[in-house]
Design a protein around this ligand. Structure first.
Ligand code: FES
Length: 109
């Protein structure tokens, strides 16, 4: 059963700097929006979460429990960008829920 009151801490590496960002269930529509709103990467999330542009690529470095993925257009987009690393995912296809607590990612920009 989903714990919607749990605080969620995520470690993000972006441009050689590390950030620890706290959030909670559904504060953002997805991980792309959390990154966009906190770190302001240029040209990030161009399709606003449709899973089509490939500008929100992240690498999952560590996780405690498997994130919840939407899988909307992700397979096609990842193939289009010729990505072979299974830990490289679209941030827009990852939901903000308790499974993200302890997640460590790198923004691939
Ligand atoms: S925002 Fe376009 S693929 Fe994620």
């Amino acid at each position: 059963m989903l714990n919607k009151n749990k605080n969620i801490g995520i470690d993000i590496i972006y441009e050689e700097d590390s950030y620890h960002i706290k959030t909670h269930y559904n504060e953002y529509r997805n991980l792309m929006m959390l990154i966009y709103d906190n770190l302001y990467p240029d040209d990030f999330g161009d399709c606003m979460g449709m899973g089509k542009c490939g500008t929100c690529l992240i690498e999952i470095l560590e996780f405690r429990t498997m994130p919840t993925f939407l899988n909307r257009n992700e397979e096609t987009t990842v193939q289009k960008h010729n990505i072979k690393n299974k830990n490289t995912r679209l941030a827009c296809q990852i939901l903000i829920d308790e499974h993200l607590d302890g997640l460590k990612i790198k923004v691939l920009k």
